[in-house]
Ligand binder design. Sequence first.
Ligand code: ADP
Ligand code: MG
Length: 583
Amino acid sequence: MPDIRPLPETLISQIAAGEVVDRPASVLKELLENGLDAGATDIGVALVEGGVKQIRAVDNGAGIQSEDLPMAFARHATSKIASLHDLEQVRSLGFRGEALASIASVARVALSSRTAGAASAFSLSAEGGSIGAVQPAAHPLGTTVEVSDLYYNTPARRKFLKSDATELAHCEDAFTRAALSRHDVAFSLRHNGRVLTRLAPSDSAYRVGGTLGADFAQSMRPIAADGGAIRLHGFAGSPAFTRASRDTQFVYVNGRFVRDKLISHALREAYRDVLHGERHPAYVLFLEIDPLGVDVNVHPAKIEVRFRDPRAVHQFVFHAVAKGLSGTAAETPAAMAAPVAVGQSIQPRAGQGFLGLAQPVAGYTAMFADARAETLGTASVPGNDSNAGEAPLGFAIAQLHGIYILAQNRQGLILVDMHAAHERILYEKLKAALDLRAMNTQKLLIPSTFHADGLDVATVEEHGATLNLLGFDVAAISPFALAVRAVPSMLANADTTELARAILRDIREFGASRVLTERRDELLGTMACHGAVRANRALTIPEMNALLREMEETERSGQCNHGRPTWYQMSLADLDKLFMRGR
Ligand code: ADP
Ligand code: MG
């Protein structure tokens, strides 16, 4: 065995950099946070080639004194805390004194800065962990940090970088998170010399509109709740403004963007009664809590936090948002404000592609291709006037209002919520197919192409294997467009664009591995919902019978994925009672 030796400082930083600096966007996040911590009121970001070539952040904050400049690059050197006591009370975004040292170990960094009292500005550069000499420079009050050639000295890491468009998309995400967190600060973003965004200081509603778009700004409702030691404010999108993914969910704890399971859960609960299961609410919420009540030092990128009293936080957030949503319920259509009842779940929602209305009635073969192959081939399918044989769910008689299937069996009448039932069947089949790694795919004759944002393109680039496993073939055809070339055969009838978008957003938010493990059922549920027959789709009698047979063969088919019943039996006795008919 070799001797045990301490690692060289630069290598320690490079190892640490693996956790905090995994791509240009994480460098940008650190630079933005440093600017905000320095009290800047204006932060300008300029990226070159997706930030891989260069990231420059200019702020007008307090600056760094010349004698402190070398310390800025030293590991575990920070001006923000000095003791455990400070750490427990920490209000700044940074406090580990790790970012600049890590960045300087894997890139070329030049820093210029000027403080209020100083006679001149000074600059300093660092490269691959070695720090140059402090030199006089020209710079206004504030700091400019220029990070160039990320991973120039760690080629193995550089290989993990994606296309410029992908890296840019991640940088834009980091920029948006910072811009939303401080509406009182001006922000601008350039890429390859072109201005992408310029945000003037404004009130918070205006900033939300400027970053997330007018649609959201028009739909959102203000949230404001004060519990003394804990406060919540911000905006919650109305239930009418829902998304196929969670990409418009921003939660900040004491000014820090977090992804917190507890808070997400509280929000999901708050929206539960007003939101369709497959759609996601949009919100920008700021939780302010006594720093002693939250530990922000539990994650390398500080994106997760731990609350001292999780139950209290959950309750508080839930009530604050539920109240905010119900307070203006009169503005929403009744169907959206009311608890979702059986049957309502298949009504169209604003902004949602609605297959049944948009497409002509599909031929029998396309609708239940699987069902036909597996059941109709063997079972005899009586016509609609035939006597109900031994099939437990009987045989179809008619379709009611494009929503329910009416069937008769030996006992009487069967009512089936066709969407809910089909969704359940697809869900169970998808689960089985994925478990067996045997998802049958169907190539689309004409690939469906759609405009996508950079992060979706990035997801396709990074997680092609996961998409394949799920039965999809999606390709980037430009930095802003994707083409769906194949989908799981079971879902061939879905709106493939909507479907692909939903999957991509899930992967992008939760990561490929979580999507296949702890989030698997939710993902398959989303897929099933997209694939299931929509309301107002006229079904033929054989199609309806095929669905009934499928239900009989599917485990748990009595309940839809959301726990509501998929079918209901009314016996002849029930009907007789209804008509007060003595038998
Ligand atoms: P941390 O933010 O955790 O303290 P960093 O490595 O990000 O660690 O920065 C180290 C130190 O450099 C900070 O504590 C701060 O004193 C100084 N610094 C970095 N960036 C800036 C900036 N833009 N303006 C003023 N000071 C800065
Ligand atoms: Mg920092």
